[in-house]
Structures are given as C-alpha cells and as structure tokens.
Design a protein around this ligand. Structure first.
Ligand code: DGJ
Length: 743
C-alpha cells in the first residue's frame, strides 16, 4: 500500500484493537497519522501539517488515539522544533538537541531539512543490504517505510519501521540516498530515535571489561545527556550496544521497560537527552567518532537496525521477548534450535602446549569422560619461524604447524574421530579455533601484505597482544579470510569453529573504516555460514567482547567470558540474558583454583552455573580432576541431557540476582510448559538469617508438580506464592538443580 500526504483519509490498513494484532493489521497509516500495533505495544507518530516534520506521539502500552501534545511555553530562545517530540531529528533548524542524522555537505555546511513525502506498507520485512537484521514471513512482521526529502540538498531519507506484533518489537533503520551532484558524508546516524514525554525513567546498561562483562548498571535519566558508547571498533566488553529504560518501580516481573538493541558489531553510541521541557530523546546507532561515511552522488548509506521491545511485565518480560524474537527472527543458523554437543576445549588445560601427543592424550580423556566434541583452541598453526608456540607469532598463517601435524589436519582429525565417546556408540567430534581477522607482524601474511592491516600512514601501528587488525573493509582481505577458513574446513572433518578476535581497533585510515570493516566482516561470515551451514560456529572476542545481535544473526552462540569463575560467571550470565537468549551463551566448567580469581568452588556449583547456557562444556585437563570431581561428571552429563533441550527452546526467568541476594536463582520452562528447571544457589555460608523461600515463576497455578526436591506433589500456586525452603548448609557456594514436572 502506498500513500501520500494528500490521501489523508485513505486508511491503508484496518485498525484493530491492540490485543491480537497480526502482522497484516499491525500498521495503519493515512499519510498523516501512523500507528504500529503489537499484542501489548503501540507506536504512534504523525506528520506535523505545517513543518512536515515527523512527530513522536507514543511508544508504550496499547493506545489507539492521537491526543494533543503537552502545552510547552514557547518564549525565549527555545522555540520551534526544539519544543516538539521528533521522530527523525536533523540538524540546524531550531532543534538544540542531538540529531539522529547529521550530514556534512560538500560545501562544509551541516544543515538538513527533511520533510515528509510518502509512505508504503508491506507485509514481511525486506533484508538490509549488507547488514544483519531481523527477518520474518508476511504473517510474522510488517513494515512501514516513510520517505523524507531534503529539497535543499537533494537527499532522500527512507525510514523503515517493522513491527513483530507477537514480540512487542519494533525494528527501525534508515537509508540515505544522495540524489545531488556532490559528495556528502554521514557524521552521525542513530538508527533509532524517538522523543518520549517527560517521564521519570532510569537507564540500565551492561558495563564491564575483559573477564568482567555484562554488569547491570542503573542510573536516572537526568537533564542533559545520559549515555555510553564503544570506540573500540567493536561492540566491546566495556559497554554492550543495548540500553533499557525503566520506570522507577519496574522490577523483573512488573512495570514498564523499553529495550533498545543495535544489531551491529562495530563502534556504537547511545544517548538519552532530557531537555528543559523534560522530554527524553532516545538515540542509538553508530558512534559519530567512527562515522564520516562518504556517500557519493547516486549512492546510498544504509544504517544498521535497532530492535526496540516494550514490556509491561518488567525486565523479565522484555528479556523473553528478545529471546524469542532473536531465536526465531534474528538467528538464521541451522543450530539455533538444536541441542549443542557437550565439548572440551583445550585452552585452559593446554594453552600453547599443542602437539599431537598432548592433544591425543586430551582427546582420549575427553572421550573417556563421555564428552562428545573435542576443541583444539589456539596454538595449532604457523610454520617456523612464525610457528604459533606462544602469542607472539603465527596469526594469519592458517596452515597446521608441520612440526606437530606433519600430515596436515585431515589424518589427525580422522584419528580423533576414531575415539568412541564413553557410554555411547558415538564417535568423538573435532572442532578448532581460528582468529581470522587478525595478524601477527611475525607471520608470512604480514611479511607479504603489510598494507592489509588497519593503519594510518604516518602513525605507528600499535600492537595489542602482539597483533594487528586486518582491514576487513578491503575486498582482498575478505577474500583471503574466506579462502583461509574454507581451506581449514575442507582439509578435515571439522564440526565446530570458535572464531576469536582478541583486540580493539586503534589507528584507522579514516573514521568510516569501522563501518566498512563491518560490512566486509558480514560479507565474509555470510559467505562462510551459507557455504558451510552445518558447521557450528561460536563467536568469541577475548570472551564476550563482541557478544552482540549482529553476529547472532549468523552464529548461534558466543563465548560469554574468559572469566570461568562460577561466582563471577553467574553475574555475567544473568547480565547477558537481559536481551540475549541463554541458548546463545557458551559456558564451561574449568579447573580450580580458577585461573582468573584463584577461587575454589565445587564442581557441582561450577556445573550448575554453566548448565544454564546453550553450549555447555569443560575447559580443563580431565587427568587433573580429583576423584570427587571425576565422580560428579556422570551426574553432570545426565543433567545436561535433561536441561539442554529446555535451554535451547524454553523460556528463561531471573528469579533473584547474585548482586541483590545471597541466594540467586534462575528458572527455565520448557516450550510445552510441562517441565521447569530451577538453578538455585547459595553464595556465602550464613549462620543467620535464614534463606528466603525460593518462589518459582510461570507455573500453572492449578496444576500439580512433582519434583526431585520434594516428596509427593505441590500445586503451581504453592510453588509460586509460598515457595520452597531449600536445605542450604552453612557452607560457601552450594547449588541445587530442581526439576518440576507438571502432572
Ligand atoms: C581468547 C579467548 O577468549 C580464549 O577463550 C582463548 O580462545 C584465547 N583467546 C586463545 O588465544
């Protein structure tokens, strides 16, 4: 359907009550008013008839009417557009707040004047050229495109709004086409911009660092700017490209929450700006420091998309919408809804001590424990003088070290494949680590192509972990990576690849190089995941440094953190689940004392923490396990068999957070709602007070449940309202796995 400002009354779609909207009735438009309606969300904006600017009306719970805006005193300097709630704020025409779009014209000026032209409504959702994005069929999602034009500069902006009614989610992006005769550059591009009314809101973000990812931080949305960004070139450990806004009374299970998540893996920035009238502008998109993206006459710039979710059922409701949306309509991996094999990764056990003898021994121990996938992490490649025997050499030279694999990977992997996994008839599978976007100066690749790295002519090429970043924006580099990874995959029976990335980007040839890099990276990954759909890819960036929705479009899972200490990991994992599904987290049981924290925690607790993730495994030398630890392994694997299918497709509830209580807990409910599993923890031994009863969530109140935790049956109502008193001992770091089976 298509409409113009003239067709004011030609309703483009039949409006329906907010509840029960389906994708074909989710958008109504008449060229003046626009309404997107989900099962529990409405998003309203309109065209101001005099300025032809787009005005934000409502983003929140169901609403069907356009009501008059707040009465703002328009005296003094603050008049015109700065007093309105804008959908697509540009620069230089009386709006003093930060813009969503900032364009530099050839003559150096940066004033824009976008005005409304026309709209389209289509069933489904078009792909974003070159970028990862949510997708869906005509019955899942529908899309409103709104065309704006700057007549002074001959530039078109096409805004895209896609609504997934079932998930209360709106995906937004825009593209800019340069129809003029001279070059322009995009200085700022916030894919999502909305002006909320004068509400009392708090901002939640996930802040951290290496081995300290995804810590929940909350602060009030104050006057001026409240925000954060990544300038690492990647989404980063420091801040994730996600923010939630919540009402002051919002909890895990009640109250309003708005989530905003950028589907992109490069530098980003997000800001709220509360102006003098109290209106709150929300912006999320590229980091302006890594923009200045040139758009030549006739060319188009495409902004990545932001997925915004509204929930009236607290942060938990928001999280579950993201989890379901991302599993069904973001991830396109074959593995997303498949259980993942238990694995053993060589990194924490062997480090760089990689040779056929050490690997054979570890692979044999892996199979003997009943573990199904053996992963050779770092240290298998490069040739003297660039052999990867430590982290100073070899990255870029993706050939097996001939000293250790004289016949290449093929025969070696075939020998691993001959091991039988204990207590099964299955053969051990093999996976391998790569870090394809990086190069050590000590490598054949760098010697041959020193100009393939990210560098700025006159500046030194600064190293981190002795390595440089390849400029993946270059087509030659993209083709090299595709070939190098394909060669490894084709050389042996590889079932899994861990794709690592261990430094941020420093010197760039231009600010736009980050965006160009991301387009190149997505081209590479799109090619490889399409060519090899059965390989299980796991993203990694020194742990969770690139755990983002962009990569989850292609890969089903990501290594969550290099910190495998179960106490810290619980916080990291609970943080990660704010918007990413637990099925996307990779989590391992490692040896004690822990390599990062030196903490000693029982194997049961370590396993209970790791079992809440889609990809569960071990990262230790089985021969070093104590007799007690070894005896626990069969029970852990039996729990994995029961839990992994529920993690993969079930619903996740954070019952209590480790930073709020000594007794954190989480719960998964199977998709068919017949089984729930509760992960319960006591962090520190306490003499007094007693632990509060553990109250479950999302059970059927009138159904009866049996459990491994009590005799007989209890009703769902009892378990949710009275809860269970668990028999904690006066001991640090205890855990329980409680299964509830609906009768
Ligand atoms: C960083 C990753 O996060 C680790 O798991 C491991 O793969 C090392 N790199 C290997 O160098």
């Amino acid at each position: 359907m298509r409409g113009t400002l003239g067709s004011l009354l030609a309703s483009a779609a039949v409006a329906r009550a907010a509840n029960g909207a389906n994708s074909t009735t989710a958008i109504t438009a008449d060229g003046s008013n626009f309404t997107l309606t989900g099962d529990g969300v409405s998003y309203l904006f309109h065209v101001d008839p005099s300025s032809l600017d787009l005005v934000s009306d409502h983003f929140g719970g169901p609403a069907t009417d356009f009501t008059p805006p707040a009465n703002i005193y328009a005296g003094g300097w603050s008049d015109g557009l700065t007093n309105t709630r804008r959908e697509f704020p540009d620069v230089g025409r009386s709006d003093y707040r930060l813009p969503a779009i900032h364009i530099k014209h050839a003559d150096g000026d940066t004033v824009s004047a976008f005005t409304y032209q026309s709209y389209d409504i289509t069933a489904g959702k078009p792909a974003l050229p070159g970028l990862p994005a949510t997708y869906g069929s005509d019955s899942d999602v529908s899309t409103l495109t709104v065309r704006m034009y700057d007549n002074y500069s001959d530039i078109e902006a096409v805004l895209s709004y896609s609504i997934f009614p079932k998930y209360n989610a709106v995906a937004r992006s825009f593209r800019i086409s340069n129809n003029g005769t001279s070059n322009i550059s995009i200085e700022r591009a916030a894919s999502f911009s909305v002006d909320l009314p004068n509400l009392d809101l708090n901002m939640i973000e996930l802040q951290g660092d290496w081995a300290h990812e995804m810590n929940r931080v909350i602060r009030p949305v104050q006057y001026g700017e409240t925000g954060f960004r990544s300038t690492e070139g990647y989404s980063s450990h420091i801040h994730n490209p996600f923010m939630a806004l919540i009402s002051p009374t919002t909890t895990e299970s009640s109250g309003e929450a708005w989530g905003f998540n950028l589907v992109y893996s490069g530098s980003f920035a997000t800001t709220t700006e509360r102006f003098s009238h109290g209106y709150i502008r929300v912006l999320l998109g590229l980091n302006p420091l890594h923009a200045s993206i040139p758009v030549a006459p006739g060319d188009t710039f495409q902004a990545p998309e932001v997925v915004a979710v509204y929930s009236s059922e607290g942060l938990g409701g928001m999280s579950r919408s993201y989890h379901d949306l991302y599993r069904n309509h973001l991830s396109r991996s074959n593995h997303t809804f498949q259980t993942r094999p238990v694995l053993l990764n060589s990194w924490e056990g062997l480090g760089f001590d990689i040779n056929q003898t050490s690997l054979d021994a570890l692979a044999q121990q892996t199979a003997d424990l009943g573990i199904k996938l053996f992963v050779n992490d770092d240290g298998w490649f490069g040739k003297t003088p660039y052999a990867r025997i430590n982290d100073t050499a070899g990255l870029g030279d993706w050939i097996p070290n001939p000293d250790h694999f004289p016949n290449g990977l093929g025969p070696y992997v075939a020998s691993v494949d001959s091991f039988t996994v204990a207590n099964t008839s299955e053969k051990l599978q093999f996976g391998i680590w790569m870090e394809p976007e990086m190069v050590n100066p000590n490598s054949t690749l760098y010697t041959e192509h020193p100009d393939w790295v990210m560098y700025q002519g006159k500046h030194p090429r600064t190293l981190t972990r002795n390595q440089l970043v390849l400029n993946v924006g270059m087509t030659e580099v993209q083709d090299f990576i595709i070939q190098a990874v394909s060669n490894v995959i084709n050389s042996a029976n590889i079932r899994y690849i861990k794709w690592d990335n261990n430094r941020g980007i420093h010197e760039m040839p231009s600010p736009a190089a980050d965006y160009e890099y991301m387009l190149g990276l997505y081209r590479v990954i799109d090619n490889l995941t399409t060519t090899y759909p059965d390989i299980l890819f796991e993203g990694c960036a020194s742990g969770g440094g690139r755990f983002d929705a962009g990569l989850l479009h292609y890969w089903p899972q990501h290594w969550t953190s290099d910190n495998t200490d179960a106490a810290d990991r619980l916080t990291i994992q609970m943080g990660t689940t704010i918007m990413y599904p637990p099925s996307a987290m990779a989590c391992h049981v490692s040896a004690i004392p822990n390599g990062v924290t030196m903490r000693n925690i029982s194997i049961e607790y370590r396993a209970t923490v790791a079992l809440m993730c889609g990809s569960f495994g071990f990262e230790l030398k089985p021969v070093d396990l104590s007799a007690e630890e070894r005896a626990a392994i069969p029970g852990i694997l039996a729990n994995w068999e029961l839990i992994n299918p529920i993690v993969i497709s079930g619903s996740f509830y954070r019952l209590a957070l480790p930073d709020d209580t000594n007794w954190p807990a989480a719960q998964l409910v199977s998709q068919d709602e017949t089984t729930a599993v509760v992960f319960a923890f006591q962090q520190q031994a306490t003499v007094k007070p007693a632990a509060p009863p553990l109250r479950m969530a999302a059970l059927n109140a009138t159904a009866m449940y049996r459990s491994n935790a009590f005799n007989g049956t209890y009703s769902g109502a009892t378990l949710m309202n009275a809860g269970l008193n668990l028999p904690w001992q006066v001991e640090d770091y205890q855990s329980m796995l409680i299964y509830l089976y609906k009768q």
